[in-house]
Design a protein around this ligand. Structure first.
Ligand SMILES: *[C@@H]1O[C@H](CO)[C@@H](O)[C@H](O)[C@H]1NC(C)=O
Ligand SMILES: *[C@@H]1O[C@H](CO)[C@@H](O)[C@H](O)[C@H]1NC(C)=O
Ligand SMILES: *[C@@H]1O[C@H](CO)[C@@H](O)[C@H](O)[C@H]1NC(C)=O
Ligand SMILES: *[C@@H]1O[C@H](CO)[C@@H](O)[C@H](O)[C@H]1NC(C)=O
Ligand SMILES: *[C@@H]1O[C@H](CO)[C@@H](O)[C@H](O)[C@H]1NC(C)=O
Ligand SMILES: *[C@@H]1O[C@H](CO)[C@@H](O)[C@H](O)[C@H]1NC(C)=O
Ligand SMILES: *[C@@H]1O[C@H](CO)[C@@H](O)[C@H](O)[C@H]1NC(C)=O
Length: 443
């Protein structure tokens, strides 16, 4: 290989690894949150815009306490008023006499209103306390909106300046937003659907999620067991970081201790900090995959999710699993299941989530802090085997974050079967990078 070739290869490899490090989820390659501003009228000193946030991520939702959207004004704009949301701070409006703006900050931060505000302060898709569903789980709930009236701004599509530096917190860090871009104006139907109207101007901002940006450590781990081997493979020690770097900087408490049973232990903190039950893995969430039964044509796995955080109820939780036999799922007991086809054809990834009003709430740590399901799969004659850990998932995500797997050489194996397993996750990682490379080359 010549010097030029190796340089080109190095550049490619760097491009691949960097895009992975910034924001690329191989199981949801098009996932993003798009913030769209539709100017619906010009005013004497600015404009009124409808701001719509659409969560196009298949399985990553925005949980309570909800989103915060921020930006920097390009000039000296102010917000006269907002319907369906509010700026967190008014800022210095002292130079205004008479009408006082809602917000004079150069870098406003806007949050959703709580449900139940008076009707005259609402608009469609607002007032959900900033909670936005994942698109794959609930498309209708994956949109959030507010209307903003901007002053001291341009009053034509030639003079208006797009806001800059968009930020999206939801509720923690992890999202990065690109620049605002003018796009073709949105076309709307009137409510009776007999007439089409059009925004005067439209721009969009795309935000993507990166788990590395959100947290240095995973927030969940996976453990395994099987009917054919007594060994329970636990979550790896300190999977989610022990000590101050991890998810429980304030330490942890024993599950049977006085404190764990005392009132007030479940009160969520304003900063969202966890209070974990002490475990060797120190994860807020553990997912257990048990290979339970073997029939002639089918096999059965049991999935259990356990919450170790005393201060968190997970509403609308999602679990994503990657396993080659998921294309032959026959029945899922007590969870919902939806295949995710990240590349259109490979049907090895799917999303599990709770049944409404039954188990869509994963309760705080304690006796009710778990949900479980069983999955029946038809054996594929060509690939099915219990050896080499084949029956265990290749990847698990909880709420859109990838969980830490046990080391590949520790998987329970069939009695008398030597662990010939070449580490599968390594092979999959290699295959995935090869796939990414191929994508880049054709792009
Ligand atoms: C955002 O997601 C939507 C829906 O998947 C997709 O059509 C769009 O191209 C994405 N935008 C970007 C910039 O990736
Ligand atoms: C946008 O953010 C960057 C980095 O935080 C900052 O340097 C820049 O001044 C900001 N731009 C505006 C217009 O506020
Ligand atoms: C601005 O408005 C004019 C007419 O008012 C229209 O022709 C033009 O396409 C608009 N430009 C943009 C970027 O929306
Ligand atoms: C979780 O939900 C239950 C029932 O709605 C409630 O009693 C409890 O206070 C909640 N816990 C937390 C940590 O929010
Ligand atoms: C993917 O697999 C599921 C069963 O798990 C099946 O219902 C679905 O039709 C499959 N989809 C495609 C496109 O193959
Ligand atoms: C498993 O699913 C694939 C794709 O849907 C199908 O081609 C195959 O026949 C199925 N295998 C069995 C044993 O049903
Ligand atoms: C069960 O699997 C473990 C590896 O996780 C292995 O060390 C052990 O020998 C297996 N047990 C039997 C009875 O084969």
């Amino acid at each position: 290989m010549g010097l030029r070739d190796s340089a080109a290869l190095l550049a490619l490899v760097l491009a691949v690894t960097c895009s992975v490090a910034v924001a690329y989820d191989p199981l949801d390659p098009n996932g993003n949150i798009t913030i769209k501003w539709d100017v619906i009228s010009w005013t004497p000193d600015g404009y009124v815009a409808m701001v719509t946030m659409s969560n196009y991520q298949m399985y990553r939702h925005i949980m309570a306490p909800g989103w915060t959207v921020g930006w920097s004004w390009a000039k000296k704009e102010v917000i006269w008023s907002i319907v369906g949301a509010q700026a967190t701070e008014q800022g210095d409006c002292s130079k205004f006499k008479g009408g006082i703006p809602h917000c004079c900050k150069r870098t406003p931060a806007v949050v959703d209103l709580l449900p139940g505000v008076p009707y005259n302060q609402q608009i469609a898709n607002c007032c959900k306390a900033g909670v936005v569903s994942a698109y794959g789980q609930d498309p209708a709930g994956s949109v959030s909106a507010f209307q903003v009236s901007v002053g001291l701004a341009g009053t034509t599509n030639k003079t208006v300046k797009l806001p800059k530096n968009f930020t999206l917190m939801g509720p923690g860090p992890g999202y990065t937003c690109g620049p605002a871009k003018v796009v073709p104006s949105t076309v709307y139907f009137t409510p009776d659907r007999r007439r089409k109207t059009q925004a005067l101007m439209t721009w969009t901002v795309t935000c993507t999620y990166s788990q590395q940006l959100a947290s240095k450590y995973p927030s969940c781990c996976v453990s395994f067991s099987s009917f054919y081997n007594d060994t329970i493979v636990p979550c790896a020690r300190c999977s989610c970081g022990c000590g101050h770097g991890g998810h429980s900087p304030g330490g942890c408490i024993a599950g049977d201790s006085k404190r764990a049973l005392s009132p007030g232990v479940n009160t969520p903190r304003k900063d969202g900090q966890a209070l974990l039950q002490c475990t060797p893995h120190m994860c807020p969430i553990r997912v257990h995959w048990h290979v339970k039964l073997n029939y002639k044509d089918y096999w059965r796995a049991k999935i259990a999710i356990t919450n170790f955080n005393y201060r968190m109820n997970y509403t609308q939780w999602t679990l994503v699993a990657q396993h080659p036999n998921l294309d032959n799922i026959t029945e899922v007991f007590s969870f919902q299941y939806k295949p995710i086809l990240p590349y259109g054809t490979i049907n090895d990834t799917g999303m599990f989530y709770g049944l409404k009003f039954y188990n869509d709430l994963l309760m705080e740590a304690g006796p009710f802090g778990n949900v479980q399901s069983e999955v029946l799969m038809r054996k594929d004659a060509n690939t099915f085997t219990f050896s080499q850990g084949w029956a265990f998932p290749r990847k698990i995500y909880f709420n859109g974050d990838e969980c830490k797997m046990p080391p590949p050489d520790s998987y329970p194996y069939l009695p008398n079967a030597a662990p010939v397993a070449a580490p599968r996750s390594g092979m999959i990682a290699a295959a995935a990078s090869a796939f990414l490379l191929a994508l880049l080359l054709v792009a």
